[in-house]
Design a binder for this molecule. Structure first.
Ligand code: MRU
Length: 342
């Protein structure tokens, strides 16, 4: 896979996911404002990838701060952190990564500014490398749940594209495939931004993992026909009680899975678990531009001009609909997650 995000020649290089699958293009962000804009406009998206990119954005911004005294330097870096934190509200990995960078900034305050800059850059790379390792560990745990011959439904894109590499939900699928299990994937197209059609289908086809694309409203019918044996999705934030925020439409898939007796799993690393948020009702849900609903790619209209639109980017799946949460430490019941990760 081409890297989703990397530090390259003094810039944060992103694979521009808003252009996939038609164009495989890269965006070199040379200032933190461009990084923030890329997160806001979904050029990079997916909770872990957003976190990694934000950390690199902090590091990038810090390199350009000219202050020579720690207090002024730290103040400028905190402004950069705030700017990046204001991009998207739901994926907790964004705030987790920024907090980690801030903690480092404080902990090495006595070092020369040049060393602090180098340490911030190094930390963002550590976060990136760690994210890939977490995905691979999740993959190993999750693959034990998959039996050869199964067809697995996924929603949105929780793949290599949504992380620094390998993926969470797709990491589980990828690991099972690498173990030689003969599996098929059903990808929901995932309206309105089509992460399933544009990204999951593309990513799995790159790896030659069998994938069939459906529109979101087909999932129930397939389940009723016995064509799906397992569901696995990613997460943007998991509350202390095991409720999960993920791409809009995830809740519908979970309800359908329950109605048809199909196991429904969520795959996510510790950086997505937010024990400070008690339940799903406390998770802020991003509202996005109505044009995502009324047009294709912001240009071709598919609804009458001026129609009222509701466009929440995420929904909350209650813990009771979730069979298990696949993490880097193993698979847990949603109710058991807080005790394990406190
Ligand atoms: O709006 P997006 O594309 O950032 O939403 C992404 C999702 O909902 C993913 O399922 C989630 O971030 C998990 S990614 C491993």
């Amino acid at each position: 896979m081409v890297p989703t995000v990397e530090w390259k020649d003094g810039a944060v290089r992103l694979l521009d996911q808003s252009r996939l699958p038609e164009f495989v293009e890269f965006l070199d962000c040379r200032d933190y404002q461009t990084v923030a804009d890329a997160i806001r406009t979904l050029k990079v998206r997916g909770a872990p990838a957003i976190g990694v990119t934000a950390a690199m954005g902090v590091a990038l911004g810090a390199q350009t701060v000219t202050a020579s005294e720690y207090e002024a330097f730290a103040q400028a870096v905190l402004v950069i952190c705030e700017h990046l934190a204001a991009t998207r509200p739901t994926a907790v990995n964004l705030f987790w990564a920024i907090e980690r960078m801030k903690r480092l900034l404080t902990s090495i305050r006595t070092q020369p500014i040049a060393s602090i800059k180098a340490a911030l850059l190094n930390e963002s790379q550590v976060i990136l490398d760690e994210d890939i390792a977490l995905c691979k560990a999740m993959g190993q745990h999750g693959a034990t749940l998959i039996v050869s011959g199964q067809t697995i439904l996924t929603h949105c894109n929780a793949g290599a594209l949504a992380t620094a590499g390998y993926g969470t939900a797709l990491g589980v699928i990828r690991a099972a495939w690498e173990q030689g299990k003969q599996i098929q994937v059903i990808a929901d197209e995932t309206r309105p931004v089509l992460q399933g059609a544009r990204l999951t289908a593309w990513e799995l086809m790159q790896d030659k993992i069998p994938v069939t694309l459906i529109t979101d409203n087909m999932a129930g019918s397939l389940m009723r026909q016995g064509k799906i044996q397992l569901c696995v999705v990613g997460a943007d934030r998991i509350a202390a009680n095991g409720d999960v925020a993920n791409k809009i439409g995830t809740y519908s898939v979970a309800v359908l899975a329950k109605a048809h007796g199909i196991p429904f799993y969520v795959a996510a690393p510790y950086s997505t678990i937010d024990l400070k948020t008690k339940t799903g009702a406390d998770i802020p849900i991003e509202q996005r531009n109505p044009l995502e609903v009324t047009t294709i790619h912001g240009s071709h209209p598919i609804a009458p001009q001026g129609v009222a639109v509701y466009n929440p980017a995420f929904d909350v799946t209650p813990a009771e609909l979730i069979t298990g949460i696949i993490t880097e430490r193993g698979v847990f019941k949603p109710a058991g997650l807080a005790a394990e990760f406190q």
